[in-house]
Design a protein around this ligand. Structure first.
Ligand code: 5GP
Ligand code: MN
Length: 323
């Protein structure tokens, strides 16, 4: 049985699909620090557009984390370079981004394309673009892309693998943010003969030794403050174990897995500032918190970035605001 969308969403899917059918060349992109939802969504839509004979490229600011390299066509994804030439493309499709700024360096590349489509499930979306479909009730952007892909062509196994990855990742293994459609969409994806256990293993059960070593250092910084649990990763720690940002995958989720903890916060020192990742069991709205510092996300998962600030200063600012 086909999953039936609510009327407003159905209208958006129809409009966007018409545009995708009528134009010929597309750049697909997403946010900085690309994640499982964004990558799965990009590739599934890339395959759909290829199937209907379109010219299409995926370009992101950052490299794809190793854990997602098992995805079909992951090698087709391009990373930002100054000399990339996209002037002859007609449409930019921005997925999973609350604002065009979230695309990082890609913004400069695509902002002058003749037409921008914005598809996103974050609570705050600046409604940029010539057409935007934003609805925070969807579990993931992948769940929204599912309906667009389905409208364009029959969903194949490779697309199902990507879309399953998106939903699995953004719901944290179906723990939160399930929509009215999630289970029906998942049922349809599983019917395409994907192997759900293998996908889950690839994403969540293949932690590298670098990641484990980094976690050992990070655990030494663990702090409890009533129902808040926080952890820090400094540049020095990254350096000591030769780790990168992608090796912190799952750390903040660990904090929120602790009994009695309502909010988990991870502070990561980067070259040009401090990245803050927050998770909540749902009683405290971390999106609201991230928004105060120019970030965003969802009630249970949000983040923000402090340019040119020291990690202790950022920790102090966040903890003060949370109390
Ligand atoms: P993470 O902590 O895993 O990087 O992100 C959690 C959620 O918050 C994701 O939905 C992500 O898109 C969003 N997010 C993280 N950092 C930022 C930020 O700096 N700005 C905005 N607008 N959203 C963010
Ligand atoms: Mn998402």
């Amino acid at each position: 049985m086909a999953v039936k969308l609510k009327i407003k969403d159905r209208e958006k899917v129809e409009k966007i699909s018409e545009i995708l059918k009528s134009k010929n060349s597309f750049i697909i992109t997403s946010h900085v620090n690309i994640d499982g939802d964004a990558i799965g969504s990009e590739i599934a839509l890339f395959i759909a557009l290829k199937k209907i004979g379109k010219k299409v490229e995926i370009i992101n600011q950052d490299k794809i984390p190793s854990i997602f390299k098992f995805l079909p066509y992951s090698r087709a994804i391009k990373v930002f370079r100054k000399k990339i030439e996209i002037n002859n493309f007609e449409v930019g499709i921005v997925i999973d981004c609350g604002s065009l700024d979230r695309t990082g360096k890609i913004k400069e590349l695509i902002k002058n394309l003749p037409f921008i489509i914005n598809i996103d499930h974050h609570l705050t979306n600046s409604e940029f673009g010539d057409i935007n479909w934003g609805n925070p009730s969807f579990s993931s952007s992948g769940e929204m892309i599912y309906f667009i892909c389905k409208k364009l062509t029959k969903i194949n196994r490779n697309q199902a693998i990507c879309l399953y990855t998106s939903i699995l990742y953004d719901t944290c293994c179906f723990v939160h943010h399930l929509s009215d459609y999630t289970l029906d969409v998942i049922k349809d994806l599983i019917s395409k003969k994907i192997e759900p256990e293998k996908i889950a293993q690839k994403i969540f059960y293949e932690k590298s030794i670098k990641s484990v070593n980094l976690f050992k250092f990070a655990l030494e910084t663990l702090k409890f403050d009533k129902k808040i649990c926080s952890m820090k990763i400094t540049k020095e720690m990254f350096k000591k174990v030769h780790a990168k940002e992608e090796h912190t995958e799952g750390f903040v989720e660990f904090l929120i897995s602790i009994k009695g903890v309502e909010v988990g916060i991870l502070f990561k020192e980067k070259e040009n500032g401090v990245k803050v990742s927050m998770r909540s069991k749902g009683n405290i709205d971390v999106e609201n918190m991230a928004k105060k510092f120019g970030g965003g996300g969802h009630r249970e998962a949000a983040g923000c970035f402090f340019e040119n600030r020291e990690i202790e200063e950022v920790e102090h600012l966040i903890m003060k605001e949370l109390k």
